[in-house]
Design a protein around this ligand. Structure first.
Ligand code: FMN
Length: 324
């Protein structure tokens, strides 16, 4: 056990979450994290329909009976997916933990609460964390500028953002962005967080359903190999640096608009990366923390060794400084 208010809230053994990941957060990965004592998260919108989500949850349930979550990313798009039907698929499947992200979760909260769902809202600023607490979520996950995916527009790294959040928010806070090991978990706890959320680290594991060559590309890459796209559109995303991401940045910096890059950033091209192993085929999310990743272990091994390393740091390596 490594007990924090977050593990107590959710009834999990270790304060380690595998955050929602488009095309990556499928049953095998989520179940492996949960089975090891962390919290695995199936990504709802990776499933083309709510019925596919029901089946995916069933597949995960066949692999573990430990607590399991679903990520519901709320995209401010013109043509939104049928969120109420995805929500229903979540309740019907008996899921009681949801990670919301993308926009204010308020429109979904009444329904979640009616069905006894514990909501973790993932956000990228202290003001959004405070807002989420005020509208009634149970925990917040806060993504620093280091993170894969959408770091927001404030560019505040975790070293500042996490303590800034933990000293003002009263519900459990999960530190996210840039975590890959026990050093990170120990640091997050020292900064006042109640646990960590990891994306890139879990993406580079045996159970992660992406092509082996992409996992090897993550191992080979360092902390300089990401790029921020969509900056001028104020919808920044941290992605792997490749010929496509560089072209997108050049077009937008030269005054282009979204229609000029629409084809380059298409989700289908990103999916091709994971399916074919061609890292240049499209845009794919990855965090700065790839610079700290140098192997492809099982997801369970990531959970177990992260906890063991953090314990050692907290009880032994750091204790020697205080003893002097
Ligand atoms: C491949 C990939 C896809 C992601 N897709 C989503 C998503 O659909 N919804 C979401 O809320 N976060 C998404 N994220 C963000 C992660 O849940 C997590 O917040 C982030 O990866 C943390 O930063 P780290 O990669 O440094 O650990 C994604 C991350 C990765 C690596």
């Amino acid at each position: 056990m490594l007990t924090t208010p977050f593990t107590e809230l959710l009834g999990i053994t270790y304060p380690i979450v595998q955050g929602g990941m488009q095309w990556v957060g499928r049953a095998e990965l989520a179940a492996a994290v949960s089975e090891a004592g962390g919290l695995g998260m199936i990504t709802a919108l990776t499933q083309p329909t709510p019925d596919d989500l029901r089946r995916e949850i069933e597949r995960a349930r066949a692999l573990t009976d430990k607590p399991l979550g679903v990520n519901l990313t709320i995209l401010p798009t013109i043509d939104p997916p049928p969120y109420d039907e995805y929500r229903r698929a979540i309740f019907d499947s008996g899921i009681t933990i949801v990670e919301t992200a993308g926009s204010n979760p308020a429109p979904h909260l009444d329904e979640f609460k009616r069905h006894g769902v514990t909501v973790i809202h993932k956000c990228t600023s202290v003001r959004h964390a405070l807002k989420a607490e005020q509208v009634g979520v149970d925990a917040v996950s806060i993504d620093g500028f280091e993170c894969a995916g959408h770091p927001g527009e404030d560019d505040i790294p975790g070293l500042i953002l996490i303590p800034a959040a933990t000293q003002r928010v009263n519900i459990p806070v999960i530190a996210s962005g840039g975590f890959a090991d026990g050093r990170g978990l120990a640091a997050a706890l020292a900064l006042g967080a109640d646990g960590i959320n990891m994306g890139t680290r879990f993406m580079c594991t045996v159970e992660s359903p992406i092509h082996q060559q992409i996992k090897e590309a993550i191992v080979a890459a360092d902390e300089l190999d990401t790029e921020l796209i969509f900056r001028p559109l104020r919808n920044t995303a941290r992605v792997a640096k490749n010929s496509v991401s560089t072209e997108v940045v050049e077009i937008l910096e030269a005054g282009g608009s979204f229609p000029d890059v629409r084809e380059l950033v298409a989700g289908a091209r990103g999916r091709t990366v994971y399916e074919t192993g061609d890292a240049q085929a499209g845009i794919w999310s990855v965090g700065l923390v790839q610079g700290l990743i140098d192997d492809i272990p099982t997801a369970g091994e990531v959970v177990t060794r992260t906890v063991a390393e953090a314990r050692d740091i907290l009880t032994s390596s750091l204790a020697r400084f205080a003893a002097g």
